[in-house]
Design a binder for this molecule. Structure first.
Ligand code: 5GP
Length: 220
């Protein structure tokens, strides 16, 4: 893509798009994945982007469902080819969101959710002015530690690293549109559903969803 075409594409991306883009970030252990999974189970209209990563699959993870697992060399080639709408290094591994997948869903007017880290969320917000960003907070660092220990997935060393990382990530909540404190999953889920519902009730979204009503009522 030449520079002027790239600029035109960037400009187009800043414009309104026929669908809603939700970006959810959180420190490890705050309950983000469970929350997003619960939301998607209750709201079939939202599609979750499957990220690319250089980290190895964990436990029951399946390639193409949980992540597209690729080598660092492959990832770096894709960066050079502009295949990621955003990407970041997290805990020593590379993670990125497919530009082609996202742009196609947006063109189709589908609601999309990205479950990514704060660095990626900031890139998406800079690129898509209408994206809605949500940061999930744990009630405290002590509770975060208790949850990571209780989860039983990580060694003491990994937990210590995640907790240190959480102290770096959490202050970035300040640049997000919405904050959900995950004291209790069902309450946090209701909060997340409220964010989705509010976004769908915005003027532009309602106008797209009900063009006949707006026309009949003479609203421009
Ligand atoms: P995990 O390896 O535990 O699945 O994910 C580590 C972190 O990387 C999480 O905060 C997760 O949300 C984030 N992540 C997953 N996919 C992406 C992505 O495509 N882009 C960015 N920037 N972060 C991602």
């Amino acid at each position: 893509m030449n520079i002027s075409a790239d600029k035109a594409a960037e400009h187009a991306c800043k414009d309104d798009f026929p669908g809603n883009l939700f970006v959810v970030a959180a420190p490890s252990g705050a309950g983000k994945s469970s929350l997003v999974r619960s939301l998607l189970a209750r709201d079939a209209a939202i599609r979750l982007s499957v990220s690319y990563t250089t980290r190895a699959p964990r436990g029951q993870e399946i390639d193409g469902r949980d992540y597209c697992f690729i080598s660092r060399a492959d990832f770096e080639q894709r960066i050079a080819a502009g295949e990621f709408i955003e990407w970041a290094e997290v805990h020593g591994n590379l993670y990125g969101t497919s530009r082609a997948w996202l742009e196609q869903r947006m063109a189709d007017g589908v609601d999309v959710m990205l479950e990514i880290d704060w660095q990626g969320a900031e890139q998406v917000k800079a690129r898509f002015a209408n994206a809605v960003s949500v940061f999930i907070l744990p009630p405290s660092y002590a509770e975060l530690e208790a949850r990571l220990v209780h989860r039983g997935e990580d060694s003491a060393e990994v937990i210590a690293r995640r907790l240190l990382q959480a102290r770096v990530e959490t202050p970035h909540a300040a640049s997000f549109d919405f904050i959900i404190v995950n004291h209790e999953i069902n309450h946090a889920l209701r909060d997340l559903e409220a964010v989705v519902a509010a976004q769908r009730l915005r003027y532009a979204a309602q106008r797209r969803a009900h063009p006949e009503v707006f026309t009949a009522l003479g609203i421009v």
